[in-house]
Ligand binder design. Structure first.
Ligand SMILES: [Zn+2]
Length: 763
């Protein structure tokens, strides 16, 4: 059955037309080749037409279009279960939503009926990273087997599981990669890198968007799959580098965010271990668990705060669909295992040799079927565990406050709206006080927002509002620090610049119904709109960095006028038409040289080169302004021979390491860059951020990292090396000027607190 839903939230379910399984076409007959064959990628049009065929031919499969992607392609979800379950899908979903909110269950008798009748709901998401090409191809094979097989194993899955399959979390990227790859197969550029971000704005960061919810694909998945169904299990299928294990499953390594229910941690570990055991027993070598990936940041793990086990899998990559041969010599140590040695969490090492898309698809499909078998066979466990996690959250945890309050009357409506949007889109109930009230020693005005900490998704609210205390993990007792896999802080109050207060005690004031999801409320500063606004160019390399894409998103959300400038534009004299040029975070070498000749088709090779550098220099000399962020400051330092350096560059990472934390920033009120801002603000410090040493009379300091202990949230090692040190520099050069940011004022569109610094710098 094929359904097209204008709204992301489907409430009505159509009845399937019963057809025999015999009419289901195998992928080979539909695509004209085996799915997952070497050097062949099916594109989005071919894949979606196959899913429509399955929906027409099988009473086990339905297809919904949840909405449109960033670039306007259909974003689809398959619902796969037995025909009998399809006939009562609406009823089964209502039942699932009751287990998701135990407050709605009337008593033991109803609970027992829900546990008897419910199905394990599994969401499998594929292809979020479009160059990890295997999973979306595999989705067709998996759907075919579930639609056509009458084996006992498949019957068991169909009877006990409702599978929601999103075959691509990034259809735009899938299409671009398939077009690019297939156009180059058989040429000297086969498997060359795509020369632009494979999600229009955020590229690879699209799996770090799962609390800010900025991109269309994130929103459609959260509203149309997660919140519409609240699955018990979510399986996100990825690929990793090719020189280690063949596939990773959980358990994750430490740390886990302490706001995740212990029974979910255990559930993730049992399911991942089961999948690894299945594959190993099938004779698949190179399966590793408890390595590489941790479970700390909600940016990648929406489900861990919504009662679901997150099963990440990472399969070794080839070169897109081009096979590779891996020498045994390159198989060596990874995080918490060694790919060259047998160990309990890597019991059957892979010995090297040929590896390609057929292997990737085979490993991934076996993993998905093992997961579905576990979900089916342990149906009652999954439902009871899910209910238990949600019930404990609805009762409130002992170490959570009774509520969080966002006081009214704060001078940052846009930041609060952004936060309320995050919380409510994550199904957190936020209510407004209808009168002033007092809790303990704190008093709040009418209109303050109250987030009670006894509700099913309270853990999401708590992790987003509290200050992160990332554990100090060492590689061995007394040894060097174990470096985090990802960032260590996400406190919304700092990122978006507002206060949220944890309170204990009864809130005795009348509260509104839960507020609806608000829209973003971004307002462009006055000096950037109208006829007198500076003309802005944003540099876009053919090695396009993600921060540049995130910057475009922020500018577009503000309806700011700017142009994207490529190497050839700048080399051709385009800067004559601009007042400001922005280099987002990108290394000087990459700006200068781009892709090496011979590695990509000629139009995409090279960078700004000498001609472009001369244009940038002349632009500044005659009055232009150039803003460079983080690593791009090296490019300006070299171009203008600035007497500055990054003092953290010289420190070993055993002495200094900040992997993504929130620091205090002290602004110089005399600088235009601080216009309209308080003297201190929270800034994001990333692993490639910089603290400057300055020895140049042309250079002024506009902001410094906080003196004393600069850390606000997350983790730092050696914070004293940046405390009180220059973070933003300005210099007049010729008739023009440059501004250098040592950190990213716009990090993943989440650091609204420091957006004004960049907007102020554009003048
Ligand atoms: Zn990935």
């Amino acid at each position: 059955m094929i359904r097209r839903l204008a709204a992301a939230l489907a409430t009505a379910f159509l009845v399937c037309s019963p057809l025999t399984a015999q009419s289901v076409r195998a992928p080979r007959d539909h695509f004209g080749h085996d799915i997952g064959a070497d050097r062949t990628l099916a594109d989005w049009g071919a894949l979606t037409s196959y899913f429509e065929h399955l929906a027409q031919a099988s009473d086990r499969v339905a297809v919904d279009t949840l909405g449109l992607t960033t670039m306007g392609r259909p974003f689809v979800m398959l619902t796969i279960t037995s025909a009998a379950n399809h006939d009562r899908l609406g009823e089964l979903r209502d039942l699932q939503l009751k287990l998701a909110d135990p407050r709605s269950i009337s008593g033991e008798a109803e609970l027992s009926r829900l546990l008897d009748e419910g199905k394990t709901v599994v969401l499998i998401t594929q292809g979020i990273h479009a160059t990890e090409v295997g999973a979306s191809q595999m989705s067709a094979n998996l759907a075919y087997e579930l639609a056509s097989s009458d084996s006992e194993k498949i019957r068991e899955i169909l009877d006990n599981v409702i599978l929601l399959q999103i075959p691509s979390l990034n259809p735009d990227g899938l299409q671009w990669v398939a077009d690019w790859y297939m156009s180059l197969v058989g040429t000297e550029y086969e498997a060359a890198p795509l020369p632009w971000l494979y999600q229009f704005y955020v590229g690879h960061d699209n799996n770090r968007d799962w609390y800010a919810f900025t991109q269309e694909e994130t929103i459609l998945t959260v509203q149309g799959a997660h919140n519409a169904w609240h699955p018990q299990i979510v399986h996100d299928v990825h690929q990793m580098g090719g020189n280690g294990a063949r596939i990773f499953f959980p358990p994750y390594i430490e740390p886990w965010d302490p706001n995740i229910d212990p029974a979910l941690t255990a559930a993730v570990s049992q399911l991942g271990t089961y999948m690894a055991a299945e594959l190993t027993s099938q004779g698949k070598d190179g399966v590793v668990v408890n390595a590489q990936y941790d479970a700390f940041t909600p940016a990648r793990a929406y489900m861990h705060y919504h009662g679901a086990a997150r099963i990440l899998s990472e399969t070794a990559s080839a070169r897109m669909a081009t096979p590779v041969t891996i020498s045994p010599d390159v198989l060596g140590p990874g995080r918490n295992f060694n790919a060259a040695e047998r160990s309990w969490n890597f019991p059957s090492p892979w010995e090297g040799g040929d590896w390609g898309l057929p292997d990737i698809v085979e490993y991934q499909k076996s993993g998905a079927l093992a997961l579905l078998t576990n979900a089916a066979r342990n149906r009652r466990y999954w439902l009871e565990n899910f209910h238990g996690v949600n019930r404990r959250a609805a009762e409130g945890w002992a170490d959570w406050p009774d509520a969080w309050v966002i006081p009214s009357g704060q001078d940052n409506e846009a930041g609060i709206t952004y936060a309320l949007r995050s919380l409510t889109m994550a199904d957190v109930e936020v209510r407004q006080a209808e009168a002033p009230f007092t809790v303990g020693s704190s008093s709040f005005g009418a209109g303050s927002w109250v987030i009670s900490m006894n509700q099913p998704y309270a853990s999401f609210a708590n992790t987003m509002l509290e200050v992160q205390e990332y554990p100090d993990l060492r590689e061995y007792p007394g040894g060097p620090p174990q470096r985090p896999y990802d960032v260590t802080a996400h406190t919304l109050g700092y990122l978006l610049d507002f206060d949220a207060i944890a309170v204990d005690g009864a809130i005795e004031v009348s509260l509104s119904d839960p507020v609806a999801v608000p829209d973003f409320d971004f307002r462009l500063p006055e000096h950037l709109s109208g006829r007198d606004a500076p003309r802005v160019g944003l540099y876009k390399s053919w090695q396009e960095p993600m921060p540049e894409g995130w910057q475009r998103w922020v500018f577009d959300q503000h309806d700011m006028v700017y142009d994207t400038l490529h190497d050839a534009d700048i080399q051709g004299g385009a800067l004559a038409d601009y007042d400001v040029l922005i280099f987002q975070a990108q290394s000087a070498a990459s700006i200068r040289s781009g892709h090496a000749e011979g590695t990509v088709p000629p139009p995409y090779a090279g960078g700004l080169g000498d001609v472009g550098a001369e244009e940038v220099r002349a632009f500044v000399e005659r009055g232009g302004r150039v803003i460079a962020i983080e690593t791009a400051t090296d490019y300006l330092r070299e171009l203008f021979d600035l007497g500055i350096s990054d003092r953290t560059d010289r420190l070993p990472n055993t002495e200094f390491y900040i992997p993504g934390s929130i620091l205090r920033l002290e602004l110089d009120a005399a600088s235009e860059i601080a216009d309209g801002m308080r003297s201190e603000v929270a800034a994001w410090y990333w692993r490639s951020s910089m603290a400057f040493d300055v020895d140049d009379p042309r250079v002024r300091v506009a902001a410094r990292y906080g003196s004393g202990d600069p850390l606000l949230s997350g983790w730092v090692l050696g914070g004293e090396h940046v405390a009180g040190q220059p973070a933003i520099l300005e210099a007049n050069i010729g008739e023009g000027s440059v501004v250098l940011f040592g950190f990213q004022p716009n990090y993943r569109a989440q650091t609204m607190a420091t957006w004004p610094l960049l907007f102020n710098a554009i003048r």
